[in-house]
Write a protein that binds this ligand. Structure first.
Ligand code: ATP
Length: 320
């Protein structure tokens, strides 16, 4: 069942000479039980589209429905009960502690007296635990690293416990493990708690790993929608990377540098061959005489009667 639906929406920004069009005539549905990733080149309109979905930017035409109600007719408070959000830019008092910031996520649930209930405290604790920042709870926001602050913002959105979560580049400041943990967490929230999760990301590989649905924003009037696997097989992912300089490798599921045909014969287990060939290509060795044999346990490379314990040693020998 869809929870947030856009019907033929046009979004833009007013300017002196009329309107700057950014999104023209797009229709889509954000579904429950699903992690959807919105991808597209810089400046294509992803954040603009999100502002539309949050009711921060009214469509010039078309409509956005939350459940079966028009977003325009809902108050900020009503929207906040349904949608929690993590954006890229914030202005917030830096003297708040992490715990106080995360508790702000409970605002839509507070009674008239504004005090947190037992249930609110539990939601805050749960959000801190899920984002693995319990030990930061007493730290001031202004004294956090960018990545820690980002996790705190995600925790605030989780504490809100809304059925829809929208996050604009939530993993931008996170280290490799942090990125995977957050995307895995968002996937779990979609799958186990039935939420509708929309993530804007530039990380195609991580998106392929975790999302059930892709929205590829190609131009202001074209958004390709579908499971990433279908879009990969149909060659649609390539539309994100126009031109000849890079290409999307179907087998590896990622964007790779342009590669010339290698005249290198490497024999051995596939996983090792891959890394040996990659290192040789980067070292600009596209042509190597005689077969290179690679073995594992223990790792060993043999070439022209010599044995090497590392790829670097092999490369140094070939270059000599
Ligand atoms: N407040 C604004 N006023 C006028 N134009 C804007 C405003 N915000 C964004 N734009 C323009 O709208 C277009 C889309 O910008 P948007 O921020 O939505 O892109 P994006 O896909 O999120 O980019 P990125 O990946 O770089 O974050 C750009 O041409 C941008 O200059």
């Amino acid at each position: 069942m869809e929870v947030l639906e856009a019907k033929n929406i046009h979004l833009g920004y007013p300017r002196k000479s009329g309107q700057k069009k950014v999104i023209s005539g797009l229709s889509f549905e954000l579904k429950k039980n699903q992690l959807t990733c919105l991808l597209g080149r810089n400046g294509i309109g992803k954040s603009t589209l999100i502002k539309g979905l949050l009711g921060q930017l009214s469509p010039v035409s078309g409509e956005i429905l939350l459940g079966n109600r028009n977003l325009n007719e809902l108050s900020k408070e009503e929207i906040a009960k349904e949608i929690s959000v993590v954006l890229t830019e914030y202005s917030m008092p830096g003297n708040l502690t992490v715990e106080q910031l995360v508790a702000l996520g409970r605002t839509p649930h507070l009674r008239w007296h504004g005090r947190l209930s037992q249930e609110d405290y539990q939601a805050v604790d749960k959000a801190l635990t899920l984002t693995k920042i319990q030990e930061l709870r007493k730290e001031r926001i202004s004294e956090l690293s960018d990545g820690q602050r980002q996790k705190a913002m995600i925790a605030r959105a989780l504490a809100q416990e809304s059925p829809i979560l929208i996050l604009d580049e939530p993993t931008a400041h996170l280290d490799l493990l942090g990125r995977h943990e957050i995307m895995a967490l968002l996937y779990e929230l979609a799958m186990k708690e039935g939420r509708a999760v929309l993530v804007v990301t530039h990380n195609i590989e991580l998106a392929i790993e975790s999302a059930q649905e892709f929205w590829l924003l190609i131009s202001q009037d074209q958004m390709i929608q579908g499971p990433p696997e279908d879009l990969i097989i149909a060659g649609q992912i390539k539309k994100l990377i126009p031109g000849e300089s890079f290409h999307f490798d179907l087998e590896k599921g990622k964007i790779v540098f342009p590669s010339e045909k290698l005249e290198i014969n490497v024999q051995g287990p596939e996983s090792l061959k891959f890394w040996v060939e990659k290192a040789l290509t980067k070292a600009n060795l596209k042509k190597v005489a005689d077969t290179i044999f690679v073995e594992k346990d223990p790792f060993k490379i043999s070439h022209q009667g010599k044995t090497f314990r590392s790829i670097r040693a092999l490369i140094d020998d070939i270059k000599d």
